[in-house]
Design a protein around this ligand. Structure first.
Ligand code: AMP
Ligand code: MG
Length: 484
């Protein structure tokens, strides 16, 4: 049957309204034997796409980058960034924006390929990506979405049929990433470093129009932009910390203006609770450890505020004062969001002054007892036991918590429901992710698809999720590699 419905493209390319220095038009790079290995049907539907209308060869041609979409000229975006604290001019070194889709709900989203070949910003790189890291980004970004954490999404992974040379030859692949935009703190740093005021202003105006249109009605739209970005990042960081997510490479070029998590490289979820946890093999100083993440976000936002100074006030001192007035709000916004999340994790509906101590004491005991972060909250939710629950400190803590629960009017069922909604039953455990990726490398996608399936509804508490809850006994020594 051939129903011949339209595929549903509703594409444009508003980014080229920006001055030419912000991007480079690119002809797509051709690969020899493209094949789609993963497709996100649910996401495609929310984008208004009926991809089942496509022949598999046409689908492969699109998602491996052999074809442009609707005649739109793809672009690579220019940006800069502080990488581990050092400023560098960067850009999409292996990514291409194919176009911007207007969804049936009226949202504008970027359709971007990652691993699609060299660009003017590739520097020494080959512009390519290997299958493992692209599947990893697909899995973790979709898991983050399932957890309710703002993130870029993954629409497809295609293999190219061409090897990528790293320490060894790996299977080449391209990821199709969906984002509400790819504007980064680094995009503003790029504009600021070039010192062309009109270009900076054009970027700020474009960003306001795309992400924060309400700021236009504020007395000072650029200050409102700064405020909104700070708010969204404070909220995002609280969600990361609450889930035990460690990004791994919080460079300013990996921080979005939209407040979505972006660029899944050496990221991972913490097993055993230890605030000093670092996963990335390249983060030898521990700059991006779990406990440092909110402070690093604030540091990155300070770099963002600096780029906006010329737009905030003609007088530099006044501009700095305005920026500082907004930056100083970050810590309070973050703690408020984090505490709200922690109260929910503990089944609390109302607020008491001592709640912060109650939460911190639990975390201290978990740290001391080397307890698994996710499973501690999971077992509290299910009223099951954990090794730590026999410790005298914990028994004392539990009495305080129980008394606290009794001081609120909500019954046990309501408490349990609230806890289930905020404590995931499953997270992407490192050893499970690695196991799935290894099977995928040999062509067996079953473990990956099964894992993806349980991660899509992490608060479901289904029987299938049980087997994915076990941490690896020496989970603390796990390292992830950038995998570029
Ligand atoms: P990341 O650490 O993934 O955020 O990447 C930092 C910068 O390096 C970005 O500008 C990327 O586009 C670029 N990059 C990463 N891998 C490659 C590659 N294989 N070829 C070219 N550029 C790359
Ligand atoms: Mg990046």
């Amino acid at each position: 049957m051939n129903t011949q419905q339209p595929i549903g493209w509703n594409l444009g390319m508003s980014y080229v309204e920006l001055p030419e220095s912000f991007y480079s038009e690119m002809e797509p790079n051709q690969v020899s034997s493209p094949q789609v290995v993963l497709l996100n049907d649910q996401l495609a539907a929310t984008l208004g796409l009926n991809l089942e209308q496509l022949q598999s060869t046409d689908m492969a041609a699109i998602f491996a980058g052999n074809e442009k979409l609707e005649g739109i000229e793809p672009i690579a975006q220019a940006y800069a960034g502080h990488q581990f604290g050092n400023f560098t001019m960067l850009g999409d070194g292996r990514a291409l924006l194919l176009g911007e889709q207007t969804t049936p709900q009226g949202n504008l989203v970027d359709i971007q390929l990652k691993g699609s070949g060299r660009t003017p910003y590739s520097r020494g790189g080959d512009g390519r990506a290997a299958l493992g890291p692209m599947l990893r980004e697909y899995l973790i970004s979709e898991a983050m979405h399932g957890l309710g954490i703002p993130t870029t999404r993954s629409l497809a992974v295609a293999v190219t049929g061409e090897p990528v040379l790293r320490e060894i030859a790996l299977t080449g692949a391209v990821l199709t990433r969906i984002a509400s935009s790819h504007l980064r703190v680094g995009t503003f740093q790029y504009a600021a470093a070039r010192r062309v005021r009109e270009d900076l202003q054009a970027l700020a105006d474009y960003t306001i129009k795309r992400h924060y249109p309400a700021a236009l009605h504020e007395e000072h739209p650029y200050l409102a932009l700064l405020e909104k970005v700070i708010e969204r990042q404070a909220s995002l960081l609280a969600k990361w910390q609450l889930a035990g997510f460690i990004h791994g490479v919080m460079n300013t070029d990996n921080m979005t203006i939209s407040g979505e998590t972006i660029d899944y490289g050496p990221c991972a979820f913490m097993d055993m609770y230890n605030p000093a946890t670092v996963f990335s093999s390249i983060d030898v100083q521990g700059r991006y450890s779990y406990r440092n993440q909110p402070g690093i976000a604030e540091w990155n936002l300070t770099r963002f505020a600096e780029t906006l100074l010329p737009l905030l006030h003609d007088n530099q001192e006044e501009a700095v004062k305005l920026a500082e007035s907004k930056l100083s709000e970050f810590a309070r916004l973050y703690v408020t969001e984090w505490m709200a999340g922690m109260r929910a994790k503990l089944g609390l509906f109302n607020e008491e002054e001592q709640d912060e101590t109650l939460v911190k004491d639990l975390l201290d005991i978990m740290n001391e007892q080397q307890a698994d972060y996710t499973n501690t909250f999971r077992s509290l939710t299910l009223d099951q036991s954990e090794k730590m629950f026999n410790a005298p400190e914990f028994i004392e803590w539990k009495e305080r918590w129980t008394a606290r629960l009794q001081r609120q009017p909500n019954d046990r069922e309501a408490v349990k429901m609230r806890m289930k909604q905020h404590n995931p039953s499953v997270i992407p455990r490192n050893h499970r992710v690695e196991e799935a990726l290894q099977a995928a490398e040999t062509g067996d996608m079953r473990p990956f698809l099964k894992l993806l399936n349980v991660l899509e509804n992490p608060y479901a508490y289904t029987a299938e999720q049980e087997e994915y809850t076990e941490p690896l006994s020496d989970g603390g020594s796990f390292q992830t590699y950038c995998g570029t």
